[in-house]
Design a protein around this ligand. Structure first.
Ligand SMILES: [Zn+2]
Ligand SMILES: [Zn+2]
Length: 215
C-alpha cells in the first residue's frame, strides 16, 4: 500500500505531500511548499528516503521548502517540473510579487510532459497537463490508488486563481473539463489548498463548474 502524508505549510497554507512506498522507503515529495525541514524530518522519522521532488507548478508557495529537502537528502533528489513553468522557478516562484524572497532550491532537471507515466514501486502515476492557473501546471494521477494530486487546478467548491501571469480562466475551465471531470467520481482530489474532495463531489456541487460538464 502506498502511504500519503499531508502537511499544510507557509504563508498561503499550501498542502505539501509525501507519497511513500513503505516497503522500500522510496518517497516522493510533491510540492514541498515551505518549512522543508518539517517534511524531511517526517520522512526520516518513518525511515523513508526522499528520492524525487515533483512540482505541480512553479509558484513559490509550492516549492519554497525544496531547498531544505534537497540539502538534507543524500543524494539530493532531482526536481521535476513542466518546462512551461520554468519561468516561474527562475523568478523565485513569483515570491517577489508578494513582497517575499525565497530560495527556489535545486534547478529542475526532469521535464514533465502530458501523458508521461512515472512509477513509485509498482504504482503507476500519470502526468496530466492542466494549464490555466499557470501555463505549465500538471496533475499527478494514480489510477489504481484512486488519487489525483491536482495542485491549484481545482479545490473543494473552488478553482485556481487565473489573475497571475500566464493564468487564463477559459483555459482553466477547459483543463478541468478534459483532465478532471473525465476521471471517475470516486477519485480523491488532493489539492494544493484546503481539504480533500472527490471528482464526484466537485462534478455535482462545485459552483464554478456549472455548464462545464465533461462530454
Ligand atoms: Zn499556484
Ligand atoms: Zn497555491
Amino acid at each position: 500500500m502506498i502511504e500519503i502524508l499531508t502537511f499544510t505549510l507557509g504563508p498561503a497554507s499550501t498542502n505539501a505531500y509525501l507519497l511513500a512506498n513503505p516497503e522500500t522507503g522510496e518517497t516522493i515529495s510533491i510540492d514541498p511548499a515551505w518549512d522543508g525541514h518539517l517534511i524531511l524530518n517526517a520522512a526520516k522519522d518513518r525511515g523513508w528516503r526522499i528520492t524525487n521532488i515533483w512540482l505541480t507548478h512553479g509558484h513559490f508557495d509550492h516549492l519554497a521548502g525544496g531547498a531544505a529537502v534537497a540539502d538534507g537528502s543524500n543524494p539530493p533528489p532531482p526536481v521535476s517540473l513542466h518546462p512551461d513553468d520554468y519561468w516561474w522557478w527562475r523568478n523565485e516562484g513569483g515570491a517577489p510579487f508578494f513582497g517575499l524572497r525565497i530560495d527556489p532550491g535545486p534547478e529542475p532537471t526532469i521535464d514533465l510532459a502530458h501523458g508521461m507515466t512515472m512509477f513509485l514501486g509498482a504504482h503507476s502515476i500519470e502526468v496530466r497537463h492542466a494549464p490555466g492557473h499557470t501555463k505549465g501546471h500538471v496533475m499527478f494521477y494514480l489510477p489504481a490508488d484512486k488519487i489525483c494530486f491536482c495542485g491549484d487546478v481545482i479545490f473543494q467548491n473552488s478553482i485556481g486563481r487565473t489573475d497571475l501571469p500566464g493564468g487564463d480562466y477559459d483555459t482553466l475551465i477547459e483543463s478541468i473539463r478534459t483532465q478532471v471531470l473525465t476521471l471517475p467520481d470516486d477519485i480523491r482530489l488532493l489539492s494544493g489548498h484546503g481539504p480533500e474532495t472527490t471528482v464526484g463531489q466537485e462534478r455535482r456541487y462545485n459552483s464554478f463548474l456549472q455548464g462545464a460538464r465533461s462530454k
